[in-house]
Ligand binder design. Sequence first.
Ligand code: SIN
Length: 323
Amino acid sequence: MNVQWLYFHPVRTKMQNDARKVAVLATGGTIAGTAARAGDNIGYTAAQLGVQALVEAVPALREVALITEQVAQLDSKDMEFSIWAALAARVAHHLADDGVAGIVITHGTDTLEETAYLLQRLLAPAKPVVLAAAMRPATALLRDGPQNLLDAVTLAREPGARGVMAVLAGTVHSAWDVRKVHSYRVDAFGSGEAGPVARFEEGWVRRLRGWPAGEAIGLAVLDQPWPWVEIVTSHAAARGEVVRAMVAAGVKGIVLAGTGNGSVHHALEAALIEAQHAGVAVLRSTRCLDGPVQMKRGDELPSAGTLTPVQARIELMLQLMRA
Ligand code: SIN
């Protein structure tokens, strides 16, 4: 093997040699955010620039055949079911196009892990679907969006790549594991115990483990109404009233973010078991940053396994929609 070739291959060569298209679907976020002052990294407004401005900020993308589409324009803290449904439909549309190598979704960082998990469960795509985001607005002195977008487009054309992933700060995370772990740092995402799928080095993908895989639920499930599912956290002096109020108001599912191995304050546990007996679906996850909830004899509340509370909420909604 030619070691020189392995280590000294410029990004340009890779971009020029591949005629396949990449669909870039924009949804807003800090990557499309602007501030009045270049030095302001927090006092900005997300979702200001359109998809065309985002791709034009990356000169290397001039060499790539792109399909661009503005699916939404929002701060991802305000994500809605209707936008998820529209996005999933557009992703499915482009996945079905043989001329499309892969898809990039520009997204806010705040609910990126929820969108990634949902798309993986719905579509389990055989092509790469890559979420690109940024922790600094497009007006920042040191903006991370253009590099993250370039890496995402490169990953979307990586031969053999598949599944929903996110790329930030040169690290590729699987939709199964990705989570926002820092509120400010540019390297704000992690993959928990599983670790990242790959890393970018000089524009090239160094793979560390398998691509995300799984079975697709399919988009037909979205014909059902999205059920109301909430997350409650167990903590010192927790009370059952919050659960009883939600049940009285018509909640369909509750995810517990329990302590440790999914343990729960006795007062909250009593209310959750009551809710379960009343027909509300309950899943037990952990507020720990890593690790599963292991079931033990006598447990009444089912475990969410290794899912984080927000992933478990999506999983429970999908289960209820499929029932
Ligand atoms: C958002 O999630 O849309 C705003 C925050 C971010 O992208 O970092």
